[in-house]
Write a protein that binds this ligand. Structure first.
Ligand code: SF4
Length: 400
């Protein structure tokens, strides 16, 4: 039975993060192979990892979309055929594409479902109709489109619509930015963006009355659509997408958990309670982020959407310190340590569903029972038993 709420589509920057996103409630994940995407610095998936990722997601009822959204040159297209046939063979659920040549090649050589990437900047009904004629079944509308405009595109063009709900934003029209090419020699349309918009610039344009020395006026705040989820739902948006394939495991877990919880809550109750929204908002603030904004979701983005600050961590930042490996006879919980923590620290375990579990560390022990005062990364340790913790739950701690 079709859900009343949109699909939650989460980023999967690696096989491990794919498993985290799916375990924490994402309905679908998007990821890149070693080539043809826009995140050359992400870990990306080998063919073997792609196979394993698809099997893992499908076994848990989640879909897998593969990004092929770089703007390709002819020599790139020569190599594309073999890769897309492989994707077809392992039964991925769709490819996300922006380049017409890539769409033509995929349509000629495979039966893969095609979603149009936000990079293609589809902003209107006629554009969506044309993409549909070319075989596209879903458009990821440009970030410049409001929820109301996206609803019209869906209705008039009779096509599935996907929108970004959360994550970093470009100051430029997606897919039309070359600052990185000129300042760093890295092609943002072929996966090399160096985030040049986050740097400090000085502006000197006296004829226009504009002068800003040492300013971050090209850096955008981060998007968060949690407060307008009801609008996404009422508009019938098919899929809401979280940005961030290069972000952390904690980010992947937090985003999948918060947004899936919110959508499930709406599905069950038909409304949101303000205390619930506050609780979820609090969780979203616990991952590294710039100030949140709604950008173009309801009204047009304006000067309030500019971040205009040096990149910094927020006070509430949490860090992932480990992952639950198992429980020993209701007495101790075993953790694989990622970042060191000390005896008497308080850690928090993120269960797949439900409230965060807190645990003070009266003791930390090695597996042989020896007590230690500080854990070491890449080791297994035992901490006091955490009731309700499950294997693969993420363990986090507030940064000190
Ligand atoms: S430099 Fe900034 S605006 Fe340009 S593509 Fe990269 S993130 Fe987007």
């Amino acid at each position: 039975m079709k859900r009343k709420v949109p699909e939650l589509l989460a980023p999967a920057g690696s096989l491990d993060k794919l498993k985290v996103a799916v375990d924490y409630g994402a309905n679908a994940v998007y990821l890149g192979g070693l080539k043809f995407g826009l995140r050359s610095a992400a870990e990306n998936f080998t063919k073997q990892e792609l196979r394993e990722g698809v099997d893992y997601a499908h076994a848990k009822g989640a879909l897998v979309y593969v990004v092929l959204n770089g703007f390709l040159h002819d020599k790139d297209l020569d190599e594309l055929g073999e890769f897309i046939q492989f994707l077809d063979q392992i039964k991925i659920d769709a490819v996300i594409v922006s380049d017409l040549g890539t769409i033509a090649t995929i349509s000629e050589q495979t039966n893969l479902e095609i979603h149009l990437s936000t990079q293609a900047s589809c902003l209107n009904i006629d554009s969506a109709r044309l993409w549909k004629k070319m075989g596209v079944t879903r458009v990821v509308v440009g970030r410049e489109v409001s929820i109301a405009e996206a609803a019209l595109i869906k209705k008039e063009a009779q096509i599935e619509v996907e929108m970004f709900v959360h994550g970093s934003m470009c100051m430029a029209y997606s897919g039309n930015c070359v600052i990185s090419n000129f300042t760093q020699g890295r092609d943002s349309n072929r996966g090399g963006c160096a985030h040049s918009c986050r740097f400090e610039y000085s502006l000197d344009f006296p004829k226009m009355g504009l002068a800003a020395k040492h300013n971050y006026f090209m850096s955008s705040k981060d998007l968060s659509g949690l407060r307008v989820l009801e609008e996404f739902i009422a508009a019938g948006i098919d899929s809401i997408k979280v940005e961030g394939r290069m972000k952390s495991h904690l980010y992947a877990a937090t985003m999948a958990k918060v947004y899936s919880q919110a959508l499930d809550y709406y599905e069950e109750h038909g409304h949101f309670l303000s205390e619930k929204l506050l609780e979820w908002e609090d969780e979203l603030k616990k991952v590294t982020h710039r100030t949140y904004a709604q950008a173009n979701l309801i009204d047009k983005a304006n000067a309030d959407t500019i971040f205009n600050e040096r990149e910094h961590d927020t006070e509430l930042d949490y860090v992932m310190v480990g992952r639950v490996i198992g429980q020993i006879e209701d007495k101790e919980t075993v953790i694989e340590v990622r970042n060191a923590f000390n005896q008497y620290d308080e850690v928090e375990i993120l269960p797949f569903k439900g409230s965060v579990l807190k645990q003070g560390l009266n003791h930390i022990k090695l597996l042989n029972g020896q007590e230690i005062e500080r854990s070491k990364p890449s080791t297994l340790v035992k901490i006091p038993y955490v009731c309700g913790a499950e294997v693969n739950n993420i363990v986090r701690m507030r940064k000190v």
